[in-house]
Design a protein around this ligand. Structure first.
Ligand code: ADP
Length: 409
């Protein structure tokens, strides 16, 4: 047996997935949300169809849901254990050999998956300065999981790690160098686990060695980023010191003239918390169209809604600008992959982002692009020099793979 439990702990949520590593099959996954909230929490546990006892098989997959109070992260792990006990698979026969944890910010210290020690935890806590919403919550999850699984190694996999190969020209902000050094102000990049996984899948799909390929990965979820990958190494990415920089996202503005902040402070009395909330939570598609869900934006646009149409246009305009910039940085591209909720599902976004780029060797096939499928697939024309793909991202599997690699040595 070589099962890995993957944990993604947020401030009020815990996501988990148990993966059997010989076949890389998910045995169960779950989400516990509203942890510590007065109104009570919610727990969902899902089994893939072939893990459901045959007498219970009705539809695939099988999901059970509970509403219950969940005091804190330790209690959330208790709820998870109860779900495994009640609905399977049994953790006695599927005892994880290690627990892999997603951690958002690894700063410049962590460039590879790392076994959790007291020192590692101190470093993750120290990096909370750069990711105040994420790292403390990740750490809470690690400490709770260590209480529940004290006898197995715990491994941390950082969202930033894949981007530690960025050259100085790409990660340095052009500000006073001493200030930047003192306060660790530089670009780190995020979604690294997804960019790495998808670029490896893409290389397999086109049947060429990763080392030979120049790739763009467009991770378009609620958060969104694009990465230029040369020979398997991240060389440029759109998120910066925090996940706010770069593309237009569900609720984040992405790139903006920094002087806008000064202006809003001086003219409208916004303080730093107001600005943080404005740019991270009230901007992007939500700010422009009143919804952060691309499905609603597409529906609004199809129905002739002006705000939804503008939101769509701004979103793909930025995306195309980045595709062009990174194409230039790489000096050409072999493969472009779309991934995550928007990238995998929103055909109009893919079509508009790459429209009119035939002179760059990029041509989308309309019917391939519009076909709905969960399979990884080519959506460019046979004549397109650049192969354009839709690839399902699987950050949990990537974390599990890296965790196993570390514990196997
Ligand atoms: P997260 O960044 O939260 O992990 P996901 O990668 O799951 O997000 O992406 C979530 C987003 O994907 C949703 O907010 C929605 O905008 C978009 N999305 C999901 N399904 C579709 C769909 N069928 N068509 C268009 N957009 C979709």
């Amino acid at each position: 047996m070589s099962d890995i439990l993957v944990v993604n702990s947020g401030s009020s949520s815990l996501k988990y997935q148990l993966i059997e590593m010989t076949t890389e099959r998910t045995l169960a996954s779950g989400l516990i949300e509203r942890i510590g909230e007065a109104g009570g929490g919610r727990a969902v546990h899902t089994l893939p169809w072939d893990e459901v006892p045959s007498v219970d098989r009705t539809d695939a997959p099988s999901t059970t849901e509970r509403e219950l109070p969940v005091r804190d992260h330790v209690a959330a792990f208790g709820v998870m254990l109860e779900a495994f006990e009640a609905h399977g698979p049994s953790l006695d026969s599927h005892r994880p050999v290690a627990v892999g944890h997603r951690v958002v910010h690894g700063g410049k210290r962590f460039f590879e998956p790392t076994v959790v020690t007291e020192l590692v935890k101190i470093n993750i806590a120290d990096l909370a300065e750069l990711a105040p919403l994420h790292n403390p919550a990740n750490l809470q999850g690690i400490e709770a999981a260590q209480q529940v699984f004290p006898d197995v190694p715990h491994v941390v996999v950082f969202d930033t790690a894949f981007h530690q190969t960025l050259p100085p020209a790409a990660y340095t902000y052009a500000i006073d160098a001493d200030v930047a050094e003192q306060y660790r102000v530089r670009r780190y990049g995020f979604h690294g686990t997804s960019h790495k996984y998808v670029s490896e899948q893409a290389a397999q799909l086109v049947g060429r060695p990763l080392a030979e390929l120049k790739q763009l990965v467009l991770h378009l979820g609620n958060g969104a980023s694009i990465t230029a990958i040369d020979g398997g190494r991240s060389v440029e990415t759109s998120m910066g010191m925090t996940p706010l920089e770069g593309l237009v996202m569900g609720t984040r503005s992405g790139d903006i003239d920094p002087a806008v902040l000064v202006h809003l402070h001086r003219r409208a009395g916004y303080d730093f918390d107001d600005l943080d909330t404005l740019l991270n939570k009230r901007s992007g598609l939500l700010g422009l169209a009143g919804t952060n869900d691309v499905r609603d934006v597409l529906a609004g646009r199809a129905g002739g809604d002006d705000a939804a149409t503008l939101a769509f246009d701004v979103y793909v305009h930025r995306l195309k600008a980045y595709v062009g910039a990174y194409y230039a940085q790489l000096g050409g591209v072999d493969v472009i992959s779309f991934t995550a909720g928007v990238g995998e599902n929103a055909a109009p976004v893919r079509a508009a982002a790459l429209a009119g780029l035939e002179r760059l060797g990029i041509a989308i096939d309309a019917s391939r692009n519009e076909a709905q499928s969960h399979e990884a697939r080519v959506i460019s024309t046979d004549a397109s020099e650049v192969v354009v793909l839709v690839v399902h991202t699987n950050e949990e599997l990537e974390i599990a793979r890296q965790t196993l690699e570390v514990v196997r040595g």
